[in-house]
Structures are given as C-alpha cells and as structure tokens.
Design a protein around this ligand. Sequence first.
Ligand SMILES: *Cc1c(COP(=O)(O)O)cnc(C)c1O
Length: 392
Amino acid sequence: MTTGMFDAAERVRNLPPYLFAEIDRKISALKAQGTDVISFGVGDPDFPTPSHVIDALKEAAEDPSTHQYPSYFGMPAFRAAVSGWMEGRFGVSLDPDTQVLPLWGSKEGIAHLPFALIDPGDVALCSDPGYPVYDTSTRLAGGEPVPVPCLREDGFLPRLSEIDRDLADRAKILWLNYPGNPTSATCDLAFFEEAVDFCRRHRILLAHDAAYSEITYDGYVAPSVLEVPGATDIAVEFHSMSKTYNMTGWRLGWLCGSAEAIEALGRLKTNLDSGVFNAIQRASIAALEGPRDFLDAQLKVLTGRRDRTVEALRACGLDATAPKGSFYIWVPVPDGETSAGFATRMLDDAAVAITPGSGYGQHGEGYVRFSLTLPDDRLDEGLSRIREAFGR
Ligand SMILES: *Cc1c(COP(=O)(O)O)cnc(C)c1O
C-alpha cells in the first residue's frame, strides 16, 4: 500500500527498472492456476552443502567464542586457508594479512568495491552481457558504467584494443567474469595477460569475478587472473563459496589480490558491517581444506545435464553449443524473436521458465539463458516439453 508519506531516494528511483516483472507475473499466474512450471531460471545449485562442512558448522556454532563480534577482516585461520587454497589451485602466493578479505558473499564485495574506488564522473568498464551488479553498483556510487560489448563471434571476450583511449583513461575499474554468467564463456591465461597489460597502461583496477572457477568441464581448468606475473599490483579477484561448495545460502566469499584495493574496500566495510559469523568461516575452512570428490561427482551430473540440454535445443533448431564452464546454456533465440518474446513463448507453450538475455545488458538481447541447477527428472521433463512445443 502506498501512503505517499515517503519517496524513495533518487538513487533508488533511478535504478534500472526490473525487466522481468511481466514474465514473473505470468509465472505466478500460471502457478496459481495449478500449472506445474519448470524453472531453468535460477542459478542456484540444487545439491546440498557437503556434510563435512555442515558438521564443522554445527561444532563451531556450539563454541561460544563464535557468538561474539567477528573481526572486520576475518579470522586469520580463514585468510590462511584461502591463501593456501589459492596457492594449491592456481600457484598464486598471497599474503593472507594484506591480500585477502572475506566478504558477505562475493556479491556484497562486488556491490561495494565501486564505493571504495569510484568518484563521481569516474568510469567503470562493464562486460556486456554481464552480471548486473557491476553496472548498478557503479551507478549507486555516482560513477558512470560503460558497457564493453562481449560478442559471440569473439567468444564473448571484449575487444580491449578497440576501447577509446580517453574513455580508458577515465576508467577506474574493468569488470570481467570467466567462466561467465550469463554467457558461460571461458578464457585462457593469454587473455588475462592482455587484460592486465591494458589495465596497467591505463591505470585501471582489473576486477575479475571468479565465482565459477571450479565449475568446468571436459578437462578445461579455469585460470586465475592473479597467475599473470605482477598482476597483484593491478588486479583483484572475487571468489565465492556459493557455487563451488553449494553454499549460496551461507553468504561467504573473498576478495584477493591488490593490497591497495583491499585496504580501500576493507576500510569502507568497517563502516558498513561487522564481519562474517566465525562459525561460517570455520565451516568454510573445512570446505577449502576438505576432499574434492563431491565436486567431481557433481560436475559429472552437470555435464550430463549440459549435454542433454544442448542436444534437445539443437533438435529444436536452436544454435546451442556445450560450454566448458559455469552451469548455464546461453543460446541465441530463433530469428525474428526477442529474448523476452521467446521466454514468454516457452512459458505459454511449454510451461518452462527461462531467463531473457536482455536482463544482462543491451548485448544480451537476442539470447536466453538456461540454468542447469534443477534436478535431473525436472530438467528432462522440461526438455521434453520444449521439444514438444517445437514439434520435435
Ligand atoms: C552467483 C554469482 C556470484 C556469487 O554470488 P555470491 O554473493 O558469492 O553468492 C558472483 N558473480 C556471478 C557472476 C554470479 O553468477
């Protein structure tokens, strides 16, 4: 109910409109009618958190020392576990005291980094299509987000050498994300070398979102941007417990890399929050230092879902390809249709919900995103409904 007593602040009123309101209304209406809508929309693992992590949480929660305020900068043991994990996984050496900062999930840090680095008028270069928070957080901090096109013909990598020089000189942050959401694109270390070089020349902080670094297939191993020699001077990387360890609900991630950027964000955050529950940090140490076999088993399941989805979409005449990373299939819509139009048609004809690409930036128009994080039987039922809707 609107009383007219208060207006939201201009910065909130100026946020981009929520693009999927109409589709969401339609989903709710269908569900209210009793239609069984199958959702390929949400990127949230359907597997449970590994039991050894839950056990560690229970034990830590019983320990009263975890009940008091945590440190702003995280438990030294958690930061040490992170630097050990980065060393083991990528061969990257980090000082746990100055080059690692825990976050309330990586989204929190992504949203706050611009407040630590961007002044009004400063530019952030945002991969387009990309995770919407890069753009909105820049806006909220008073900066100017500039989309950098990531096109299919380039493997969804930006053409850094074509970015206008003056624009690059005004930029403070470049946002990258490989394996990517929504594009599922991956990159090699040579691309990161080029990006580090570009950022160094223009004095831009390279902010790489590595949320999907462990969700990879077919033997592909995702690199860290911090593997590039000297990158810790100019780059930071966001990591998350969410996708790797099925911990989206727990809210823990970290930022690592440039000590200067970490100092700035850490200083800002001492004014915003009071650290992450120590029991969650202790459970996450158990995750980072524990066995990885659960992940291999899951990646096998996801590979099967990926392959069945690509096969079904190709049977429908869609130009789907199997990605090497993330748990999304990013596919062009049929000629003459829009992202939202196609998503609405799939909802009407197949009672299947997918995400229109237009929600991820102007270059996402013409694509839709299928997430693979639904149980096998639901996924297969959804795929057979789609084939039926296409008469295949
Ligand atoms: C899921 C996701 C995140 C991680 O979010 P958390 O806040 O760590 O749960 C970050 N970036 C992208 C692109 C994502 O898809």
